[in-house]
Ligand binder design. Structure first.
Ligand SMILES: Nc1ncnc2c1ncn2[C@@H]1O[C@H](COP(=O)(O)OP(=O)(O)OP(=O)(O)O)[C@@H](O)[C@H]1O
Length: 300
């Protein structure tokens, strides 16, 4: 179940004196969607390029599907979309994939299957230049799928897409995952990783600062309550949740650091105290908060 597909050990890349990737040790397990998360320039693309054997590490090592990056045992079973695929604008999406299929020995059936899986079958014969940004990006994923790879490496797959394109790309990635493909994607969007990834590696200034499940780094949830009168609501909340677990936050709402299962007890107590309950919902720490917290703690 927990088979490791990608493992790196103190992977490092220096450009002159600049350390682009600094001793990154991460693991990607079979079947998961792994999010490699970090701001621009953090070292995500450089790491992915090392995993694909496109550049050599300065030190440290990596294994992809049990092989050194770039070795046939790794490349033949890995598909990648990195820094925008180079497609011929005047050829159709299908012909572009055919060109690539010829290059890596894939069949016409594989081209059909790839178009189908990225939902471009009906537009497959239209010229690439007529595609929307989202379709171009999906064709890029289609190209990565040609050899039916076990591992897909996608560098910022939703970059440059409009909201509808983002939704389609996320759906596609989840669909690929549901069919058993392991996906390693990079993103600078915390909400994105939160929406589609099982585990996440957070990278900042070349260093991996944490690696865990999205749920783990998000932490426990708390409750947001809006009720009036506010002073009554606060008193009730402090009684039910404990003095330190209830606080007034901006906009007159209350934040209660309790498990979400406490919601019925809170509502009941508020109603009994004659307070009007306007809103109650779980308040989860966003990945943005967590990222900020981790990076600032590290930098201090
Ligand atoms: N070929 C290169 N020569 C010199 N410096 C490089 C080279 N490639 C990357 N870098 C530097 O290494 C650092 C990491 O770059 P990288 O592209 O890996 O970051 P990233 O996390 O993918 O960010 P982005 O999302 O902006 O691409 C940056 O400071 C970048 O300028």
């Amino acid at each position: 179940m927990d088979e490791t597909i990608v493992v790196t050990d103190h992977l490092t890349k220096k450009y002159g004196t600049h350390v682009a990737v600094d001793g990154v040790s991460l693991t990607v397990r079979r079947g998961e969607v792994y999010g490699f998360l970090g701001p621009n320039g953090a070292g995500k693309t450089t790491t992915l390029r090392m995993l694909l054997g496109l550049i050599r590490p300065t030190s440290g090592s990596a294994a992809v599907l049990g092989h050194a990056p770039g070795r046939p045992g790794a490349t033949a079973r890995t598909g990648a979309l990195i820094e925008g695929p180079g497609f011929y604008p005047y050829l159709s999406g299908r012909d572009n994939l055919r060109v690539m299929a010829r290059y890596n020995g894939a069949t016409e059936e594989a081209v059909d299957a790839a178009l189908e899986r990225v939902d471009l079958k009906t537009r497959g014969n239209d010229p690439f230049r007529s595609y929307s940004q989202g379709m171009k990006q999906r064709l890029g994923v289609g190209a990565a799928l040609l050899g039916d790879p076990e591992l897909l490496v996608l560098d910022e797959p939703t970059n440059g897409l409009d909201p509808a394109g983002v939704v389609e790309m996320r759906r596609l990635i989840l669909d690929l995952s549901a069919r058993g493909q392991t996906v390693l994607l990079s993103s600078h969007l915390l909400s994105e990783v939160q929406a589609i990834c099982d585990r996440v590696g957070v990278i900042s200034d070349g260093s991996l600062i944490t690696e865990s499940t999205v749920a783990e780094i998000r932490g426990t949830s708390s409750l947001f309550v809006r009720a009036e009168p506010v002073d009554v609501a606060l008193a009730v909340a402090m009684r039910v949740a404990g003095d330190d677990a209830a606080q007034l936050i901006d906009g007159g709402g209350l934040r209660l650091d309790v498990d979400a299962t406490a919601a019925p007890d809170i509502v009941r107590a508020l109603v009994e105290a004659d307070a009007d309950v306007h809103e109650i919902r779980t308040l989860e720490r966003s990945l943005e908060d967590v990222f900020f917290e981790i990076t600032t703690t590290k930098e201090l």
